[in-house]
Design a protein around this ligand. Structure first.
Ligand code: FES
Length: 76
């Protein structure tokens, strides 16, 4: 089985691989069609949130950033 990982795609989604369970804000587990590989919307344009439906391309999403220099948010 693949090592769990999340990849930030260029101008697109967060790609989740390796059987990472997904829960909503109430603690309910969501069941992606393919639980060992799914994409989460990062642009806000998906009509099927939290999943990416490729609307980022039509929306012209620019996800340019350099994450290694970003501070993580304060938990809360
Ligand atoms: S990142 Fe793909 S629809 Fe938002």
């Amino acid at each position: 089985m693949a090592e769990p990982r999340i990849t930030i795609r260029e101008n697109g989604s967060y790609r989740v691989e390796g059987d990472v369970p997904l829960f909503d804000h109430l603690g309910n587990q969501l069941h992606p069609a393919n639980p060992s590989g799914y994409s989460l919307c990062r642009c806000g344009a998906s009509k099927n949130k939290p999943f990416c439906d490729k609307s980022h391309a039509e929306a012209g999403f620019d996800g340019t950033c350099n994450p290694k220099y970003l501070e993580p948010p304060v938990a809360g």
